[in-house]
Structure formats: C-alpha cells, structure tokens
Design a protein around this ligand. Structure first.
Ligand code: SF4
Length: 289
C-alpha cells in the first residue's frame, strides 16, 4: 500500500506562514517609522506622513488583481496581485503611472483578495503572485495579505531586487518562489534609466539571499541599447555566482512611449535579440520559457 503524498494544504511550512506573517506585522509597521525597506534608505517616518522616494504612505492600494498568463510557463496561470507604487522609476516601465503612483487603484482589502485568490486557485490557477509597482514598499500590507491567502497556495514574490536586509527578514519563509528582476548590469544605467544608484550591489545581495532561502527565478528584460552594458554583465555574473539558476530572458520589449530616451521608444532590433540569446548560450544559462 502506498502512502498518500501530503497535499499542499498539509505542508507545515505553508500552514506556518500565515502565523509567521501575523507575528511579523508589528515589526513591519514599526519599520515605517524610519523606512529603510529598500536601498534608497530614506529614513522617513511614513506613519507621520513623511514621504520617501516611492511617495508611499502607510496604506497600500492595489491597481490590479486578476489571473495572468503572460509570465513564465511554470508559474501560470497565476492570480497576480499588483500593489500600486514603486521605489524605482525605470524609463522603460510599460505600466508607468499605475505602477509608480501609490495613490491609484483600489483600497487594499486582504480578506477580499484572499477570497478571490482562493476562487482563482479552485478554477485552475497554479500560483498566487504578489508584485507591484514594487511590493517591498508595502510590507505590512503584504504580511496581511499572506496571512489571508489560502494555505495551499504556491506564493511567488515578484520583486525588483532593491529591498534591504530589513525587508528580507520580514519576508523570510513566506514565499515559495522569488522571481527577481535583474534589471541593470551597471550602476550608471541603473541611475540614469531607473533612478536607482547602487542597484547592482543591491540586486546581487537579494539574488544570493533568495537562492539560499527559496526557489529562485531571475528575470531580465532586454532593453534596446542595453544588451552590452546591462545584459552582458548580468549574464556573466549569473553564470559565475548562480550557476544553473533558472533565467527568464524576456525579449518582448514594448516601446515606452513616455520615455525621454528615444532608444527606449523603439522595439528591440533583430540583431539585439540574437546577441542577447547568444550571450545566454555562451554563458550556458539555464533558460526557462
Ligand atoms: S520603501 Fe524605499 S523609497 Fe519608499 S520610503 Fe522606504 S526606503 Fe524610501
């Protein structure tokens, strides 16, 4: 007689995460008194109305919550919950204002989102993905949401990799998969295109941490004019420090009409696509569809 495999709902780690999330809520709220959740390290008191670079206050809003099918195959369909507001300002962001402006979208309601996520999972969704904007800037709400999600849900943390140690210790053990955007390969581009000086050290720190604390998938959106300066060093670093890690190379860049940089208002050229793919082959990266 074979022993039945435990269902995801019986997984003690998943059952424990709701408790963990609730226990950490006071710490997460306290972090808003001198916010250092991301590497901008603003130190502002968000509970008293001070605003840092993300412009987010203490209350989160959600600009989208729906089943998505445009992510990596092993994750979809995913019920994706997108918080409004971001700590970066990537000129190529295709969501743009709803993503950047924390005052847009619906009022955050964890119970209702938990119910909608449960319905999506029952209808065949494989996972629940929490993203933004950037969800790191709303950690107290994220913890409330995790506590309200079904215990059986496979949880994906989709992040820009700019969070700090303070953010990671609040997130530790809550997510099955970290899906990390490695956006820039050097700090000049990170500062000029993403308003994120010092991004490279931050994202590397997050990638190494995520590799040892959860499943990790690294995503890189290839951006026109940034194959050599950004993708090449990202690919080389992944090959050296995270060999075998799952890499999602995104070649479907959509021109950012709002961008001041004319290169970012174009599609990727065939040459750039071919070069980006060749770099992945040269570095023997573990590409996932
Ligand atoms: S989340 Fe980042 S950008 Fe926003 S206030 Fe905190 S440190 Fe500043």
């Amino acid at each position: 007689m074979t022993t039945p495999s435990p269902s995801p709902a019986d997984n003690p780690a998943r059952l424990a995460r709701a408790v963990l999330a609730q226990q950490r809520l006071p710490q997460a709220r306290a972090a808003f008194r001198s916010c250092r959740l991301c590497h901008h390290l603003c130190g502002v008191n968000r509970l008293q109305g001070e605003l840092g670079k993300c412009k987010a206050g203490p209350a989160a809003r959600v600009y989208q919550a729906r089943v998505e099918t445009g992510d990596e195959l092993e994750l979809i369909p995913a019920f994706a919950i997108a918080f409004s507001g971001c700590d970066l300002r990537c000129s190529f962001c295709n969501v743009h204002l709803p993503s950047w402006n924390p005052s847009l979208g619906e009022e955050f309601d964890p119970v209702s989102l938990g119910t909608r996520a449960a319905a999506a999972l029952a209808a065949g969704a494989k996972s629940v993905m929490i993203l933004g904007g950037e969800p790191t800037i709303h950690l107290p709400s994220v913890l409330q949401l995790v506590a309200a999600l079904p215990a059986a849900a496979r949880l994906i943390w989709k992040t820009n990799g700019h969070g700090t140690h303070d953010a990671r210790r609040l997130l530790d053990g809550l997510f099955d998969v970290w899906l990390v955007d490695a956006k820039f390969g050097n700090d000049t581009c990170a500062a000029a295109v993403g308003a994120a000086p010092g991004y490279v050290r931050a994202v590397r720190e997050n990638l190494l941490w995520a590799r040892s604390h959860s499943e990790l998938m690294v995503r890189h959106l290839v951006v026109p004019g940034h194959v050599e300066c950004c993708w090449r060093p990202v690919a080389a670093w992944l090959a050296e420090y995270l060999p075998g890690v799952k890499v999602s190379l995104r070649l479907g860049y959509w021109p950012a009409a709002h961008s001041a940089d004319p290169r970012l208002r174009q599609f990727l050229s065939d040459r750039e696509m071919a070069d980006a793919q060749q770099l992945a082959v040269n570095h023997q990266l573990n590409l996932v569809p």
